[in-house]
Design a protein around this ligand. Structure first.
Ligand SMILES: NC(=O)CC[C@H](N)C(=O)O
Length: 404
């Protein structure tokens, strides 16, 4: 772990450190996250596809890596902290890598797992200086160069920079096809089933179906290519649009599907990428933020109550909608329901004339905080009063239980 490694930003800034995890080269958009905990959840979040993540927390790796079969036994044994089946970040940048994990649940260490999955990391970087650079100049492309190539005469800074600048930018990146499920799968409700939901997998995290299951919801995790006819045929009570990587401006097919769902009047809930897609379906634009919001300590204001929630964020794009007035859209009146206290960015949308809402932040945040978890209950309320997706699920009892 003492082999030299180099991090090169697209603007020519160079940081030297030590490689950890796999050796080799990693390219992506350099972004920073301010989460003090939850690096495993971050690394396995598909929304980080093609991003090199910089942890501002100074020491990383203390809790090791918690793999598992996923079968809960109530004590934490056998339950993984993974948010998906793989590490999705392109690379990982830390200040101080913990020399050994100290966690009774750990099954291996962070560098071991990164090496196993072929993910390149660099430690020993002045992540305060790097974060200031990214805040000042904006998120930008970068490369981590580790292993035997470092120090060879051919690998000059100019050569590294040339490779970094040859990489595609995150603006315009269409990554849904790289993360969405191919076949789809069903996660049953815990206990008595109340509702069924079609969750469109744009890079869904494991905790979302878990939060739905805990509320008596059966979740059909479906590919991004799912059609409104397939949703209707399932007879679900609601549609969920997941988080996911890439530029929402490229997600035209998802926007079209969302418009079909709104037209059909099926209750809809979207998170993060799902919020951006609902925004576009309602006629709003999206834009790239300078350096984005990533972390688990971001304050948002609930416009309805004035209450402030501390929330988890991971977004580099945002919806362009007026936050101070109700907008008239093709699907009726829409209001911005949440905004970020740090910079006023739109953090949630609510349709006043349709059963649809979405948030830019993460009520499903597995590393916490849990302030926003109640939004899953709001989705349940919508389904209890809403229309189901097709003739197969048209009758509801007073408890909201669907009968064909
Ligand atoms: N977590 C997400 O869903 C991210 C959405 C989108 N890719 C963004 O960066 O804004």
């Amino acid at each position: 772990m003492s082999a030299p490694a180099v991090l090169v930003l697209e603007d020519g800034t160079v940081y030297h450190g030590e490689g950890f995890g796999a050796s080799g080269t990693a390219f992506g958009e350099a972004v920073f996250t301010t989460g003090m905990t939850g690096y495993q959840e971050t690394l396995t979040d598909p929304s980080y596809r093609r991003q090199v993540v910089v942890a501002t927390a100074p020491q990383i790796g203390n809790t090791g890596w918690v793999a598992g079969s996923g079968s809960a036994d109530g004590a934490g044994y056998g339950v993984s902290d993974d948010e998906s089946g793989a590490i999705w970040v392109a690379g990982f940048v830390v200040r101080d890598l913990a020399p050994r994990p100290s966690n009774w649940r750990a099954t291996s260490s962070l560098p071991e797992e990164m090496a196993r999955q072929g993910i390149v990391g660099i430690a020993g970087v002045d992540t305060r200086a790097l974060t200031r650079r990214l805040r000042t100049a904006g998120a930008m492309r970068c490369g981590i160069f580790a292993g035997d190539q470092v120090g060879t005469p051919e690998l000059t800074v100019a050569a590294m920079l040339e490779q970094v600048r040859a990489q595609p930018s995150m603006a315009g990146a269409d990554l849904t096809g790289e993360v969405s499920t191919e076949a789809g799968h069903v996660i049953p409700a815990d206990g008595t089933e109340r509702f069924a939901v079609a969750a469109i997998d744009l890079g869904i995290k494991a905790n979302t179906p878990r939060m739905l299951a805990a509320r008596g919801i059966r979740t059909h995790v479906l590919p991004a290519t799912t059609t409104i006819e397939q949703i209707r045929a399932l007879g679900v009570d609601g549609v969920f649009l997941s988080n996911g990587p890439g530029d929402p401006a490229t997600a035209d097919a998802m926007v079209a599907l969302t418009r079909d769902v709104l037209t059909a009047g099926i209750p809809l809930f979207g998170i993060c990428f799902g919020n951006q897609i609902l925004g576009r379906a309602l006629g709003f634009g999206t834009f790239k933020l300078k350096f984005g919001h990533r972390g688990i300590n971001q304050p948002v204001r609930d416009h309805a109550t004035g209450r402030v929630l501390v929330t988890a964020h991971n977004h580099g794009f945002a919806v362009d909608a007026p936050i101070d007035r109700v907008s008239d859209t093709e699907f009726g009146r829409v209001q911005v329901a949440f905004s970020c206290l740090n910079d006023g960015v739109v953090e949630g949308l609510e349709c006043l004339d349709r059963q649809a809402f979405s948030v830019q932040f993460h009520p499903e945040a597995a590393a916490g905080p849990h302030d926003a978890g109640y939004l899953f209950d709001r989705f349940v309320e919508l389904m209890a009063t809403g229309a189901a997706a097709g003739p197969a699920a048209s009758t509801k009892s007073a408890t909201g239980k669907v009968s064909a």
